[in-house]
Design a protein around this ligand. Structure first.
Ligand code: HC0
Ligand code: SF4
Length: 583
Protein backbone atom coordinates (compact mmCIF):
# COMPACT_ATOMS: atom_id res chain seq x y z
CA UNK A 1 0.00 0.00 0.00
CA UNK A 2 1.24 3.49 -0.84
CA UNK A 3 2.34 5.44 2.22
CA UNK A 4 3.11 9.10 2.94
CA UNK A 5 5.43 10.75 5.44
CA UNK A 6 4.36 13.73 7.50
CA UNK A 7 5.04 15.29 10.88
CA UNK A 8 2.45 15.91 13.56
CA UNK A 9 3.52 18.09 16.48
CA UNK A 10 7.11 17.42 15.47
CA UNK A 11 6.68 13.63 15.41
CA UNK A 12 7.51 11.84 12.14
CA UNK A 13 4.63 9.63 11.00
CA UNK A 14 4.31 7.23 8.06
CA UNK A 15 0.77 6.16 7.24
CA UNK A 16 -1.23 4.79 4.29
CA UNK A 17 -1.96 7.50 1.72
CA UNK A 18 -5.75 7.24 2.20
CA UNK A 19 -5.55 8.22 5.88
CA UNK A 20 -6.98 11.42 7.26
CA UNK A 21 -4.89 13.61 9.53
CA UNK A 22 -7.17 12.60 12.41
CA UNK A 23 -6.31 8.90 11.98
CA UNK A 24 -2.63 9.64 11.39
CA UNK A 25 -2.50 11.65 14.62
CA UNK A 26 -4.15 8.77 16.42
CA UNK A 27 -1.40 6.42 15.19
CA UNK A 28 1.17 8.87 16.55
CA UNK A 29 -0.54 8.79 19.95
CA UNK A 30 -1.99 12.29 19.54
CA UNK A 31 -5.64 12.72 20.46
CA UNK A 32 -7.61 15.27 18.45
CA UNK A 33 -11.03 16.11 19.96
CA UNK A 34 -14.13 15.19 17.94
CA UNK A 35 -17.89 15.14 18.43
CA UNK A 36 -19.56 14.65 15.06
CA UNK A 37 -16.96 12.13 13.87
CA UNK A 38 -17.94 8.47 13.84
CA UNK A 39 -15.42 6.31 12.06
CA UNK A 40 -16.58 5.09 8.63
CA UNK A 41 -20.10 6.46 9.29
CA UNK A 42 -20.05 10.22 9.83
CA UNK A 43 -17.06 12.16 8.56
CA UNK A 44 -18.60 15.54 7.77
CA UNK A 45 -16.59 18.19 9.65
CA UNK A 46 -19.75 19.61 11.25
CA UNK A 47 -18.67 20.23 14.84
CA UNK A 48 -15.28 21.77 13.95
CA UNK A 49 -13.63 20.52 17.11
CA UNK A 50 -10.97 18.57 15.22
CA UNK A 51 -9.37 21.63 13.60
CA UNK A 52 -5.59 21.81 13.19
CA UNK A 53 -2.95 24.13 11.77
CA UNK A 54 -1.06 22.64 8.85
CA UNK A 55 1.33 23.41 6.01
CA UNK A 56 2.60 21.35 3.12
CA UNK A 57 6.31 21.80 2.58
CA UNK A 58 6.11 25.28 4.12
CA UNK A 59 2.93 26.37 2.27
CA UNK A 60 0.28 26.97 4.97
CA UNK A 61 -3.26 25.63 4.49
CA UNK A 62 -5.88 28.34 4.70
CA UNK A 63 -8.02 28.73 7.83
CA UNK A 64 -8.04 25.87 10.29
CA UNK A 65 -8.88 22.69 8.37
CA UNK A 66 -10.92 19.93 10.03
CA UNK A 67 -8.65 16.92 10.44
CA UNK A 68 -11.45 14.36 10.06
CA UNK A 69 -11.72 15.19 6.35
CA UNK A 70 -8.17 16.41 5.68
CA UNK A 71 -6.22 13.77 3.76
CA UNK A 72 -2.55 13.27 4.63
CA UNK A 73 0.00 14.47 2.10
CA UNK A 74 3.72 13.93 1.64
CA UNK A 75 5.68 16.56 3.53
CA UNK A 76 2.69 17.77 5.52
CA UNK A 77 3.43 19.41 8.84
CA UNK A 78 0.50 19.41 11.28
CA UNK A 79 0.15 21.17 14.63
CA UNK A 80 -2.73 20.25 16.93
CA UNK A 81 -1.73 22.15 20.05
CA UNK A 82 -1.23 25.80 19.14
CA UNK A 83 -2.89 28.82 20.82
CA UNK A 84 -5.02 29.33 17.69
CA UNK A 85 -6.23 25.71 17.68
CA UNK A 86 -6.89 25.66 21.42
CA UNK A 87 -8.86 28.92 21.21
CA UNK A 88 -10.94 27.67 18.27
CA UNK A 89 -11.78 24.35 19.92
CA UNK A 90 -12.80 26.02 23.17
CA UNK A 91 -14.93 28.63 21.41
CA UNK A 92 -16.67 26.01 19.29
CA UNK A 93 -17.44 23.96 22.38
CA UNK A 94 -18.79 27.02 24.20
CA UNK A 95 -21.05 27.78 21.24
CA UNK A 96 -22.43 24.22 21.29
CA UNK A 97 -23.04 24.50 25.02
CA UNK A 98 -24.78 27.88 24.73
CA UNK A 99 -27.72 26.18 23.03
CA UNK A 100 -27.65 22.93 25.01
CA UNK A 101 -30.03 21.83 27.75
CA UNK A 102 -27.42 21.59 30.49
CA UNK A 103 -29.20 19.48 33.08
CA UNK A 104 -26.12 17.27 33.43
CA UNK A 105 -26.71 16.11 36.99
CA UNK A 106 -30.05 14.53 36.17
CA UNK A 107 -29.22 13.49 32.63
CA UNK A 108 -29.36 9.88 31.48
CA UNK A 109 -25.86 10.22 29.94
CA UNK A 110 -24.21 11.83 32.97
CA UNK A 111 -20.84 10.08 33.03
CA UNK A 112 -21.00 8.67 29.49
CA UNK A 113 -21.74 11.93 27.65
CA UNK A 114 -19.06 12.71 25.09
CA UNK A 115 -19.82 16.47 25.23
CA UNK A 116 -19.50 16.56 29.01
CA UNK A 117 -16.19 14.68 28.85
CA UNK A 118 -14.74 17.01 26.22
CA UNK A 119 -15.76 20.12 28.17
CA UNK A 120 -13.87 18.73 31.12
CA UNK A 121 -10.81 17.80 29.04
CA UNK A 122 -10.68 21.07 27.11
CA UNK A 123 -11.20 23.10 30.27
CA UNK A 124 -14.48 24.86 29.50
CA UNK A 125 -15.28 26.60 32.78
CA UNK A 126 -17.68 29.28 31.64
CA UNK A 127 -20.25 29.82 28.90
CA UNK A 128 -19.79 33.39 27.73
CA UNK A 129 -22.57 33.27 25.14
CA UNK A 130 -26.04 34.00 26.46
CA UNK A 131 -29.05 33.72 24.23
CA UNK A 132 -32.20 31.88 23.53
CA UNK A 133 -32.06 28.20 24.36
CA UNK A 134 -34.13 25.40 22.99
CA UNK A 135 -36.87 24.20 25.31
CA UNK A 136 -37.12 20.44 25.92
CA UNK A 137 -38.98 18.96 22.94
CA UNK A 138 -39.56 15.41 24.00
CA UNK A 139 -41.03 12.73 21.76
CA UNK A 140 -41.94 9.91 24.14
CA UNK A 141 -44.77 8.29 22.25
CA UNK A 142 -42.82 5.08 21.72
CA UNK A 143 -42.46 2.35 24.33
CA UNK A 144 -38.87 1.87 23.22
CA UNK A 145 -37.19 5.14 22.23
CA UNK A 146 -37.26 8.75 23.47
CA UNK A 147 -36.02 11.77 21.53
CA UNK A 148 -35.19 15.05 23.26
CA UNK A 149 -34.25 17.81 20.82
CA UNK A 150 -33.04 20.13 23.57
CA UNK A 151 -30.07 17.83 24.17
CA UNK A 152 -29.28 17.44 20.47
CA UNK A 153 -26.04 19.03 19.24
CA UNK A 154 -26.82 18.47 15.54
CA UNK A 155 -23.74 16.33 14.99
CA UNK A 156 -25.60 14.13 12.51
CA UNK A 157 -24.22 10.82 13.81
CA UNK A 158 -27.71 9.38 14.22
CA UNK A 159 -28.78 10.63 10.78
CA UNK A 160 -25.83 8.92 9.08
CA UNK A 161 -26.29 5.74 11.08
CA UNK A 162 -29.99 5.36 10.31
CA UNK A 163 -29.51 6.26 6.65
CA UNK A 164 -26.20 4.65 5.70
CA UNK A 165 -25.68 1.83 8.15
CA UNK A 166 -29.31 0.78 8.46
CA UNK A 167 -30.54 2.03 5.08
CA UNK A 168 -33.73 3.40 6.62
CA UNK A 169 -33.45 7.18 6.96
CA UNK A 170 -36.00 7.96 9.65
CA UNK A 171 -33.99 10.86 11.04
CA UNK A 172 -32.87 13.96 9.20
CA UNK A 173 -32.14 17.65 9.67
CA UNK A 174 -35.46 19.51 9.64
CA UNK A 175 -36.35 23.22 9.77
CA UNK A 176 -33.73 25.98 9.45
CA UNK A 177 -31.42 28.30 11.35
CA UNK A 178 -31.94 28.35 15.10
CA UNK A 179 -34.97 26.08 14.68
CA UNK A 180 -32.91 23.30 13.06
CA UNK A 181 -33.72 19.92 14.59
CA UNK A 182 -32.91 16.31 13.90
CA UNK A 183 -36.24 14.52 13.73
CA UNK A 184 -38.44 12.31 11.58
CA UNK A 185 -40.05 14.12 8.64
CA UNK A 186 -43.45 15.88 8.98
CA UNK A 187 -43.10 16.14 12.77
CA UNK A 188 -43.97 12.46 13.02
CA UNK A 189 -43.27 10.67 16.30
CA UNK A 190 -40.71 7.85 16.14
CA UNK A 191 -43.64 5.41 16.26
CA UNK A 192 -45.31 6.89 13.21
CA UNK A 193 -42.07 7.57 11.33
CA UNK A 194 -41.79 4.43 11.09
CA UNK A 195 -38.76 3.56 13.18
CA UNK A 196 -37.86 -0.12 13.69
CA UNK A 197 -36.38 0.53 17.15
CA UNK A 198 -32.99 -0.98 16.36
CA UNK A 199 -31.55 1.74 18.60
CA UNK A 200 -28.45 2.11 16.46
CA UNK A 201 -29.04 5.87 16.53
CA UNK A 202 -28.92 5.75 20.34
CA UNK A 203 -25.55 4.02 20.20
CA UNK A 204 -24.35 6.69 17.77
CA UNK A 205 -25.58 9.67 19.85
CA UNK A 206 -22.79 11.32 21.86
CA UNK A 207 -25.29 12.96 24.24
CA UNK A 208 -28.77 12.08 25.51
CA UNK A 209 -30.82 13.34 22.59
CA UNK A 210 -31.83 9.74 21.88
CA UNK A 211 -32.27 7.11 24.55
CA UNK A 212 -34.39 4.14 25.55
CA UNK A 213 -37.59 4.49 27.55
CA UNK A 214 -36.64 3.16 30.93
CA UNK A 215 -38.66 0.61 32.94
CA UNK A 216 -36.39 0.40 35.98
CA UNK A 217 -38.89 1.84 38.47
CA UNK A 218 -41.55 -0.69 37.49
CA UNK A 219 -39.06 -3.53 38.02
CA UNK A 220 -38.04 -2.25 41.48
CA UNK A 221 -41.71 -2.01 42.38
CA UNK A 222 -42.29 -5.65 41.40
CA UNK A 223 -39.21 -6.82 43.33
CA UNK A 224 -40.37 -4.92 46.42
CA UNK A 225 -43.89 -6.37 46.22
CA UNK A 226 -44.07 -9.44 48.52
CA UNK A 227 -47.01 -10.79 46.48
CA UNK A 228 -44.92 -11.05 43.33
CA UNK A 229 -42.55 -13.81 42.26
CA UNK A 230 -40.09 -12.05 39.99
CA UNK A 231 -37.89 -14.04 37.62
CA UNK A 232 -35.25 -12.59 35.35
CA UNK A 233 -33.80 -13.87 32.07
CA UNK A 234 -30.61 -12.57 30.46
CA UNK A 235 -30.06 -12.52 26.70
CA UNK A 236 -26.88 -14.13 25.36
CA UNK A 237 -25.21 -10.83 24.40
CA UNK A 238 -25.64 -9.03 27.74
CA UNK A 239 -22.79 -10.98 29.38
CA UNK A 240 -20.40 -9.65 26.74
CA UNK A 241 -21.13 -5.96 27.44
CA UNK A 242 -22.40 -5.46 31.00
CA UNK A 243 -18.85 -5.20 32.40
CA UNK A 244 -18.33 -2.06 30.29
CA UNK A 245 -20.85 -0.30 32.56
CA UNK A 246 -18.26 -0.76 35.30
CA UNK A 247 -15.18 0.28 33.34
CA UNK A 248 -14.09 -3.16 32.11
CA UNK A 249 -12.71 -3.39 28.55
CA UNK A 250 -15.19 -3.73 25.68
CA UNK A 251 -16.17 -7.38 25.29
CA UNK A 252 -15.18 -8.62 28.76
CA UNK A 253 -17.27 -11.71 29.54
CA UNK A 254 -18.95 -11.32 32.94
CA UNK A 255 -21.51 -14.14 33.01
CA UNK A 256 -20.90 -15.23 36.62
CA UNK A 257 -20.79 -11.70 38.06
CA UNK A 258 -23.95 -10.79 36.17
CA UNK A 259 -25.78 -13.70 37.78
CA UNK A 260 -24.45 -12.75 41.22
CA UNK A 261 -25.58 -9.14 40.75
CA UNK A 262 -29.09 -10.13 39.66
CA UNK A 263 -29.42 -12.38 42.71
CA UNK A 264 -28.33 -9.56 45.02
CA UNK A 265 -30.78 -7.17 43.36
CA UNK A 266 -33.48 -9.50 44.64
CA UNK A 267 -34.87 -11.53 41.75
CA UNK A 268 -36.45 -14.77 42.96
CA UNK A 269 -34.77 -16.71 40.16
CA UNK A 270 -31.97 -15.85 37.79
CA UNK A 271 -32.49 -17.61 34.47
CA UNK A 272 -31.02 -17.47 31.01
CA UNK A 273 -32.63 -16.69 27.65
CA UNK A 274 -30.03 -19.12 26.26
CA UNK A 275 -32.29 -21.92 27.53
CA UNK A 276 -35.04 -20.83 25.16
CA UNK A 277 -32.47 -20.08 22.47
CA UNK A 278 -31.75 -23.83 22.60
CA UNK A 279 -35.48 -24.49 22.53
CA UNK A 280 -35.86 -22.19 19.51
CA UNK A 281 -33.40 -24.37 17.62
CA UNK A 282 -35.57 -27.43 18.32
CA UNK A 283 -38.73 -25.65 17.20
CA UNK A 284 -37.26 -23.70 14.29
CA UNK A 285 -35.12 -26.60 13.06
CA UNK A 286 -38.18 -28.86 12.98
CA UNK A 287 -40.18 -26.16 11.20
CA UNK A 288 -37.42 -25.78 8.58
CA UNK A 289 -37.19 -29.52 7.91
CA UNK A 290 -41.00 -29.63 7.62
CA UNK A 291 -40.99 -26.81 5.07
CA UNK A 292 -38.19 -28.45 3.05
CA UNK A 293 -39.89 -31.87 3.06
CA UNK A 294 -43.44 -30.66 2.49
CA UNK A 295 -42.83 -27.88 -0.02
CA UNK A 296 -43.54 -25.09 2.48
CA UNK A 297 -42.65 -21.41 2.00
CA UNK A 298 -38.91 -20.94 1.47
CA UNK A 299 -36.58 -19.38 2.25
CA UNK A 300 -37.56 -19.59 5.88
CA UNK A 301 -36.29 -16.52 7.74
CA UNK A 302 -35.52 -16.28 11.46
CA UNK A 303 -37.96 -14.35 13.60
CA UNK A 304 -36.00 -13.66 16.78
CA UNK A 305 -34.86 -10.09 16.12
CA UNK A 306 -37.87 -7.81 16.69
CA UNK A 307 -36.19 -4.92 14.87
CA UNK A 308 -36.00 -7.17 11.83
CA UNK A 309 -39.63 -8.28 12.27
CA UNK A 310 -40.79 -4.67 12.30
CA UNK A 311 -38.58 -3.87 9.31
CA UNK A 312 -40.07 -6.83 7.43
CA UNK A 313 -43.63 -5.82 8.28
CA UNK A 314 -43.08 -2.20 7.29
CA UNK A 315 -40.79 -2.47 4.28
CA UNK A 316 -41.02 -6.05 2.96
CA UNK A 317 -44.50 -7.35 3.88
CA UNK A 318 -44.28 -9.81 0.98
CA UNK A 319 -41.76 -11.77 3.10
CA UNK A 320 -43.92 -12.02 6.24
CA UNK A 321 -45.00 -15.56 5.25
CA UNK A 322 -41.33 -16.53 5.07
CA UNK A 323 -40.82 -15.71 8.75
CA UNK A 324 -40.51 -18.65 11.08
CA UNK A 325 -43.61 -18.95 13.24
CA UNK A 326 -41.41 -19.27 16.34
CA UNK A 327 -41.70 -16.55 18.92
CA UNK A 328 -38.31 -15.13 19.88
CA UNK A 329 -36.43 -16.79 22.76
CA UNK A 330 -37.36 -13.78 24.94
CA UNK A 331 -41.07 -14.45 24.44
CA UNK A 332 -40.75 -18.25 24.58
CA UNK A 333 -39.06 -17.83 27.93
CA UNK A 334 -41.92 -15.77 29.34
CA UNK A 335 -44.56 -18.20 28.09
CA UNK A 336 -42.71 -21.20 29.60
CA UNK A 337 -41.88 -19.50 32.90
CA UNK A 338 -45.56 -18.75 33.45
CA UNK A 339 -46.73 -22.26 32.46
CA UNK A 340 -44.16 -25.07 32.81
CA UNK A 341 -42.07 -23.50 35.57
CA UNK A 342 -44.97 -21.93 37.47
CA UNK A 343 -46.75 -25.29 37.47
CA UNK A 344 -43.60 -27.10 38.67
CA UNK A 345 -43.16 -24.62 41.53
CA UNK A 346 -46.83 -24.20 42.42
CA UNK A 347 -46.79 -20.48 41.64
CA UNK A 348 -49.90 -18.70 40.36
CA UNK A 349 -48.74 -17.33 36.98
CA UNK A 350 -50.76 -14.19 37.65
CA UNK A 351 -48.36 -13.42 40.51
CA UNK A 352 -45.30 -14.09 38.44
CA UNK A 353 -43.43 -11.18 36.86
CA UNK A 354 -41.01 -11.93 34.03
CA UNK A 355 -38.23 -9.40 33.49
CA UNK A 356 -35.79 -9.64 30.61
CA UNK A 357 -32.36 -8.09 30.33
CA UNK A 358 -31.70 -7.53 26.65
CA UNK A 359 -29.02 -5.84 24.54
CA UNK A 360 -31.91 -4.40 22.59
CA UNK A 361 -34.50 -1.66 22.80
CA UNK A 362 -36.77 -3.28 20.24
CA UNK A 363 -37.39 -6.10 22.73
CA UNK A 364 -39.41 -3.57 24.75
CA UNK A 365 -41.76 -3.15 21.84
CA UNK A 366 -41.80 -6.90 21.15
CA UNK A 367 -42.82 -7.64 24.74
CA UNK A 368 -45.61 -5.11 24.25
CA UNK A 369 -47.04 -6.61 21.05
CA UNK A 370 -50.66 -7.61 21.66
CA UNK A 371 -50.21 -11.20 20.42
CA UNK A 372 -47.33 -11.93 22.84
CA UNK A 373 -49.47 -13.58 25.50
CA UNK A 374 -51.09 -16.92 26.28
CA UNK A 375 -54.67 -17.06 27.60
CA UNK A 376 -54.56 -13.40 28.64
CA UNK A 377 -51.26 -13.74 30.53
CA UNK A 378 -48.48 -11.60 29.11
CA UNK A 379 -45.30 -13.51 28.25
CA UNK A 380 -42.85 -10.81 29.36
CA UNK A 381 -43.72 -7.98 31.72
CA UNK A 382 -40.66 -5.75 31.47
CA UNK A 383 -37.70 -5.70 29.14
CA UNK A 384 -34.64 -3.73 30.27
CA UNK A 385 -31.47 -2.94 28.36
CA UNK A 386 -27.93 -3.87 29.41
CA UNK A 387 -27.48 -0.19 30.32
CA UNK A 388 -30.57 -0.22 32.55
CA UNK A 389 -29.28 -3.31 34.35
CA UNK A 390 -26.00 -1.43 34.89
CA UNK A 391 -28.01 1.40 36.46
CA UNK A 392 -29.95 -0.99 38.72
CA UNK A 393 -26.71 -2.59 39.95
CA UNK A 394 -25.36 0.87 40.76
CA UNK A 395 -28.61 1.90 42.46
CA UNK A 396 -28.42 -1.23 44.62
CA UNK A 397 -24.86 -0.17 45.56
CA UNK A 398 -23.41 -3.48 44.44
CA UNK A 399 -19.65 -3.49 43.91
CA UNK A 400 -19.81 -5.31 40.59
CA UNK A 401 -16.12 -5.92 40.03
CA UNK A 402 -15.73 -7.61 43.42
CA UNK A 403 -18.65 -10.01 42.98
CA UNK A 404 -17.96 -13.75 42.91
CA UNK A 405 -18.94 -15.79 39.85
CA UNK A 406 -22.24 -17.56 40.41
CA UNK A 407 -24.32 -19.98 38.32
CA UNK A 408 -27.80 -19.55 36.88
CA UNK A 409 -30.67 -21.26 38.70
CA UNK A 410 -31.70 -24.73 37.64
CA UNK A 411 -34.18 -25.65 34.96
CA UNK A 412 -34.64 -22.43 32.95
CA UNK A 413 -31.01 -21.48 33.51
CA UNK A 414 -29.54 -24.53 31.76
CA UNK A 415 -27.94 -23.73 28.40
CA UNK A 416 -25.49 -24.93 25.78
CA UNK A 417 -22.76 -23.25 23.75
CA UNK A 418 -25.19 -23.10 20.84
CA UNK A 419 -27.52 -20.91 22.93
CA UNK A 420 -24.71 -18.54 23.87
CA UNK A 421 -23.58 -17.80 20.33
CA UNK A 422 -27.09 -16.62 19.36
CA UNK A 423 -25.94 -13.17 20.42
CA UNK A 424 -23.44 -12.79 17.54
CA UNK A 425 -24.36 -12.53 13.87
CA UNK A 426 -24.35 -16.06 12.44
CA UNK A 427 -24.90 -17.64 15.84
CA UNK A 428 -28.50 -18.70 15.28
CA UNK A 429 -27.50 -20.26 11.95
CA UNK A 430 -24.51 -22.07 13.44
CA UNK A 431 -26.60 -23.37 16.32
CA UNK A 432 -29.29 -24.54 13.88
CA UNK A 433 -26.76 -26.33 11.67
CA UNK A 434 -25.20 -28.09 14.66
CA UNK A 435 -28.57 -29.63 15.50
CA UNK A 436 -30.06 -30.17 12.04
CA UNK A 437 -26.85 -31.83 10.79
CA UNK A 438 -26.84 -34.27 13.74
CA UNK A 439 -30.50 -35.09 13.29
CA UNK A 440 -30.26 -35.68 9.54
CA UNK A 441 -27.04 -37.70 9.64
CA UNK A 442 -28.04 -39.58 12.78
CA UNK A 443 -24.56 -38.91 14.13
CA UNK A 444 -23.01 -36.90 16.93
CA UNK A 445 -20.81 -34.78 14.65
CA UNK A 446 -17.56 -33.52 16.12
CA UNK A 447 -16.73 -30.80 13.67
CA UNK A 448 -19.23 -28.23 14.87
CA UNK A 449 -17.66 -24.83 14.27
CA UNK A 450 -19.02 -23.27 11.09
CA UNK A 451 -16.65 -20.38 10.44
CA UNK A 452 -18.28 -19.46 7.12
CA UNK A 453 -21.21 -17.95 9.02
CA UNK A 454 -19.08 -16.10 11.61
CA UNK A 455 -17.56 -12.63 11.35
CA UNK A 456 -18.77 -9.15 10.50
CA UNK A 457 -19.09 -9.35 6.74
CA UNK A 458 -22.57 -7.94 5.98
CA UNK A 459 -23.86 -10.98 4.06
CA UNK A 460 -22.44 -14.47 4.58
CA UNK A 461 -23.41 -17.56 2.64
CA UNK A 462 -22.86 -21.29 3.09
CA UNK A 463 -24.06 -24.52 1.49
CA UNK A 464 -24.20 -27.95 3.14
CA UNK A 465 -25.09 -31.31 1.72
CA UNK A 466 -27.31 -33.26 4.09
CA UNK A 467 -29.40 -36.41 3.67
CA UNK A 468 -33.11 -35.58 3.62
CA UNK A 469 -35.33 -38.67 3.43
CA UNK A 470 -32.40 -40.66 2.06
CA UNK A 471 -31.52 -38.16 -0.66
CA UNK A 472 -28.41 -35.98 -0.45
CA UNK A 473 -29.77 -32.44 -0.60
CA UNK A 474 -27.88 -29.17 -0.82
CA UNK A 475 -29.11 -26.74 1.81
CA UNK A 476 -28.23 -23.12 1.04
CA UNK A 477 -28.17 -20.59 3.84
CA UNK A 478 -27.42 -16.90 4.29
CA UNK A 479 -26.65 -14.79 7.34
CA UNK A 480 -27.44 -11.10 7.27
CA UNK A 481 -27.04 -8.34 9.85
CA UNK A 482 -28.10 -4.71 9.66
CA UNK A 483 -31.28 -3.76 7.85
CA UNK A 484 -29.43 -2.23 4.87
CA UNK A 485 -27.94 -5.66 4.19
CA UNK A 486 -31.34 -7.29 4.73
CA UNK A 487 -32.76 -5.13 1.94
CA UNK A 488 -29.97 -6.22 -0.43
CA UNK A 489 -30.58 -9.92 0.21
CA UNK A 490 -34.37 -9.68 0.04
CA UNK A 491 -34.14 -7.84 -3.28
CA UNK A 492 -31.85 -10.58 -4.63
CA UNK A 493 -34.29 -13.27 -3.48
CA UNK A 494 -37.20 -11.37 -5.06
CA UNK A 495 -35.32 -11.04 -8.33
CA UNK A 496 -34.71 -14.80 -8.35
CA UNK A 497 -30.95 -14.30 -8.15
CA UNK A 498 -30.69 -16.24 -4.89
CA UNK A 499 -32.54 -19.34 -3.74
CA UNK A 500 -31.71 -19.93 -0.12
CA UNK A 501 -33.50 -22.42 2.14
CA UNK A 502 -32.86 -20.54 5.35
CA UNK A 503 -31.79 -16.98 6.19
CA UNK A 504 -30.78 -15.54 9.55
CA UNK A 505 -31.52 -11.83 9.75
CA UNK A 506 -30.63 -9.62 12.70
CA UNK A 507 -31.56 -5.93 12.59
CA UNK A 508 -28.39 -4.73 14.30
CA UNK A 509 -24.96 -4.65 12.63
CA UNK A 510 -22.99 -7.47 14.27
CA UNK A 511 -26.16 -9.00 15.71
CA UNK A 512 -27.31 -8.58 19.31
CA UNK A 513 -23.78 -8.01 20.62
CA UNK A 514 -24.07 -4.56 19.05
CA UNK A 515 -27.71 -4.01 19.94
CA UNK A 516 -29.16 -0.60 20.69
CA UNK A 517 -29.32 -1.37 24.42
CA UNK A 518 -25.68 -2.32 24.93
CA UNK A 519 -23.21 -0.24 26.88
CA UNK A 520 -22.16 3.00 25.14
CA UNK A 521 -18.80 2.91 23.40
CA UNK A 522 -17.54 6.41 22.58
CA UNK A 523 -16.61 7.41 19.04
CA UNK A 524 -13.05 7.86 20.25
CA UNK A 525 -12.87 4.29 21.52
CA UNK A 526 -14.50 3.00 18.35
CA UNK A 527 -11.49 4.22 16.32
CA UNK A 528 -9.44 1.40 17.86
CA UNK A 529 -12.00 -1.10 19.07
CA UNK A 530 -14.83 -2.78 17.17
CA UNK A 531 -17.41 -3.75 19.80
CA UNK A 532 -19.01 -6.21 17.35
CA UNK A 533 -15.80 -8.22 17.20
CA UNK A 534 -14.75 -8.06 20.85
CA UNK A 535 -18.17 -8.98 22.19
CA UNK A 536 -18.70 -11.79 19.66
CA UNK A 537 -15.33 -13.23 20.69
CA UNK A 538 -16.52 -13.25 24.30
CA UNK A 539 -19.50 -15.40 23.30
CA UNK A 540 -17.43 -17.80 21.21
CA UNK A 541 -15.10 -18.18 24.23
CA UNK A 542 -18.04 -19.20 26.39
CA UNK A 543 -19.24 -21.67 23.75
CA UNK A 544 -15.90 -23.46 23.77
CA UNK A 545 -15.92 -24.05 27.55
CA UNK A 546 -19.45 -25.44 27.69
CA UNK A 547 -19.89 -29.19 28.27
CA UNK A 548 -22.80 -29.25 25.84
CA UNK A 549 -22.47 -27.23 22.66
CA UNK A 550 -25.54 -28.41 20.76
CA UNK A 551 -29.07 -27.31 21.59
CA UNK A 552 -30.56 -30.81 21.38
CA UNK A 553 -28.10 -31.91 24.09
CA UNK A 554 -29.49 -29.44 26.65
CA UNK A 555 -30.67 -31.85 29.39
CA UNK A 556 -33.43 -29.53 30.60
CA UNK A 557 -34.72 -29.01 27.07
CA UNK A 558 -34.84 -32.81 26.67
CA UNK A 559 -36.76 -33.07 29.96
CA UNK A 560 -39.12 -30.27 28.92
CA UNK A 561 -40.12 -32.25 25.83
CA UNK A 562 -40.40 -35.53 27.73
CA UNK A 563 -42.58 -34.19 30.50
CA UNK A 564 -44.46 -31.24 29.04
CA UNK A 565 -44.30 -30.28 25.38
CA UNK A 566 -44.02 -33.89 24.09
CA UNK A 567 -42.27 -33.01 20.83
CA UNK A 568 -41.11 -30.01 18.77
CA UNK A 569 -43.98 -28.25 16.97
CA UNK A 570 -46.53 -30.16 19.11
CA UNK A 571 -49.95 -28.69 19.78
CA UNK A 572 -48.78 -27.29 23.13
CA UNK A 573 -45.58 -25.92 21.55
CA UNK A 574 -47.71 -24.06 19.05
CA UNK A 575 -49.94 -22.64 21.75
CA UNK A 576 -47.06 -21.37 23.87
CA UNK A 577 -44.07 -20.86 21.63
CA UNK A 578 -45.33 -19.89 18.19
CA UNK A 579 -47.18 -16.93 16.74
CA UNK A 580 -48.03 -15.58 13.34
CA UNK A 581 -47.43 -12.26 11.65
CA UNK A 582 -49.89 -10.48 9.39
CA UNK A 583 -48.56 -9.08 6.09
FE1 HC0 B 1 -30.65 -11.55 20.93
FE2 HC0 B 1 -32.18 -13.54 21.03
S1 HC0 B 1 -29.98 -13.64 20.45
S2 HC0 B 1 -32.56 -11.71 19.69
O1 HC0 B 1 -29.84 -11.44 19.25
O2 HC0 B 1 -32.89 -15.42 18.96
O3 HC0 B 1 -31.87 -9.02 21.94
O4 HC0 B 1 -28.44 -11.49 22.90
O5 HC0 B 1 -31.92 -12.41 23.51
O6 HC0 B 1 -34.99 -13.36 22.04
O7 HC0 B 1 -31.67 -15.86 22.76
C1 HC0 B 1 -31.29 -9.92 21.58
C2 HC0 B 1 -29.23 -11.38 22.12
C3 HC0 B 1 -31.67 -12.41 22.39
C4 HC0 B 1 -33.97 -13.47 21.68
C5 HC0 B 1 -31.92 -15.03 22.12
C6 HC0 B 1 -32.69 -14.65 19.73
FE1 SF4 C 1 -33.33 4.63 12.60
FE2 SF4 C 1 -33.05 2.44 14.14
FE3 SF4 C 1 -32.83 4.90 15.20
FE4 SF4 C 1 -35.20 4.04 14.40
S1 SF4 C 1 -33.98 3.16 16.07
S2 SF4 C 1 -34.35 6.05 14.00
S3 SF4 C 1 -34.67 2.81 12.61
S4 SF4 C 1 -31.46 3.96 13.68
Amino acid sequence: MKTVNLTINGIDVTVPSDYTVLLAAREAGIDIPTLCYLKDVNEIAACRLCVVEADIKGRPLRNLPASCVLKVEEGMNVRTNTPRVREAVKTNLELILANHNRECLTCNRNGTCELQKLCDEIGVDDIPYVGERREPVIDKVSQAIIRDASKCILCGRCVATCKQVQGIGILDFTKRGFETEIAPAFDFSMDDAPCVYCGQCINACPVAALRERTHIDEVWEAIDDPEKYVVVQTAPAVRASLGEEFGLPVGTRVTGKMVAALRRIGFNNVFDTDFTADLTIMEEGTELLGRVKNGGKLPMITSCSPGWIRYCELFYPEFVENLSSCKSPQQMFGALAKSYYAEKMGINPKNMVVVSIMPCISKKQEADRPEMEVSGIRDVDFSLTTRELGDMIKQARIDFKRLPDENFDKVLGEYTGAGVIFGATGGVMEAAIRTVADILTGEDLEDIEYHAVRGIEGVKEAALTLPIEGVDTEIKVAVVHGTANAAKVLEAVKAGEKDYHFIEIMACPGGCVHGGGQSHVSAKERIDVDPRVNRANALYEEDVIMVNRKSHKNPEVIKLYETFLKEPNSHLSHKLLHTHYEP
